[in-house]
Design a protein around this ligand. Structure first.
Ligand code: ZN
Length: 315
């Protein structure tokens, strides 16, 4: 990714769809993934390997991964909640496995039905499984520290707890970590502090990404704080799809179109063609006509004479 400054990691087809009721047909998911990759998106979290009876939206996960793998230059991420999910994701050919660990133990038990110790045990088993593969076939393995900035059940999550869990995940075998504001509680100062604290514990190279929500309107402010700390991977969802399960009517994930507009107009290279990206929501809306889609840039359009690449900077 040397030709880009910031990797925009699209999570809509997994994180976004997981929190909506309408089941998106497989062909429509494929059309969405194809259209985003064609606009220059380099990494997409395409599916979650959970039992279909728990989450019918993801019943076609293996098929979606297999299709996404045919797209050149696209990193295909699959969410795996446990060892079984990892086995299936590896079989399907995912480039990278993402495993969420809720920093709040109450949230972990409510969501994954596992204690912290149980999640760490799954991480060890997944690491061992990955290491049985030939080096060239091993997927990347990322641990996502969710509810790192606060929890809807426990409220405040102590920073020391996040740092301790970061160290445990690395010790158990993840390749890298991301910090996730699952609940939309984070503020920019909190981002700066926690990024510094986690990096001091596990090493700067182990923390490359953030997953931020815009539930209280601070999503892009938090992105800027993360960029200033040297974060280079930022998750987002096209049209902010999925909303926020904790606050009906409020947006959840930050909106890919707004994120790319901000980065592009700041002169940071993403490899994404913004105008083309803005057309992708039509593909999604055609399949999900009743879903709310968010975003200021799609509503307002691009500024007059917009040329991208740091347009508006300097003389
Ligand atoms: Zn999210």
């Amino acid at each position: 990714m040397s030709d880009i400054d910031i990797l925009v990691s699209e999570v809509g087809p997994r994180d976004g769809l997981q929190s909506i009721r309408t089941i998106m047909p497989t062909a429509a998911k494929i059309a969405w993934i194809d259209a985003e990759a064609a606009a220059g998106v380099r990494e997409i979290e395409v599916a979650s390997f959970v039992p279909p009876k728990l989450l019918p939206q993801m019943a076609d996960a293996a098929e979606i991964v297999a299709h996404a793998k045919t797209i050149p230059n696209l990193a295909v991420i699959a969410l795996v909640p446990n060892f079984k999910g990892a086995e299936n994701a590896i079989r399907a050919g995912a480039d990278k496995l993402g495993l969420p660990l809720s920093c709040s133990e109450t949230h972990s038990q409510a969501n994954l039905k596992m204690t912290h110790n149980q999640v760490i045990d799954e991480v060890r088993k997944i690491r061992a499984l990955i290491d049985t593969l030939p080096a060239a076939e091993r997927p990347g393995f990322e641990g996502s520290l969710s509810t790192a900035f606060g929890c809807t059940l426990e409220g405040k999550v102590p920073e020391g707890q996040v740092v301790r869990l970061a160290a445990r995940l690395v010790e158990a075998g993840v390749d890298e970590l991301s910090l996730s504001d699952t609940t939309g509680y984070a503020n920019p100062n909190q981002l700066r502090r926690l990024i510094k604290l986690v990096r001091a514990e596990v090493g700067a190279d182990k923390l490359a990404g953030v997953h931020l929500h815009n539930t209280r309107g601070l999503g892009l402010a938090n992105v800027v704080a993360a960029l200033e700390e040297g974060i280079t991977t930022v998750d987002s969802s096209l049209g902010g799809i999925g909303g926020c399960p904790f606050a009906p009517g409020a947006s959840g994930n930050i909106v890919t179109e707004d994120l790319v507009f901000m980065l592009d107009s700041m002169g940071l290279k993403t490899g994404i063609d913004l105008e083309q990206l803005l057309t992708v929501r039509n593909t999604v809306l055609a399949a999900l006509p009743d879903e709310e889609m968010y975003g200021f840039t799609p509503d307002a359009g691009l500024p007059k004479g917009y040329a991208g690449g740091g347009w508006g900077l300097g003389a």
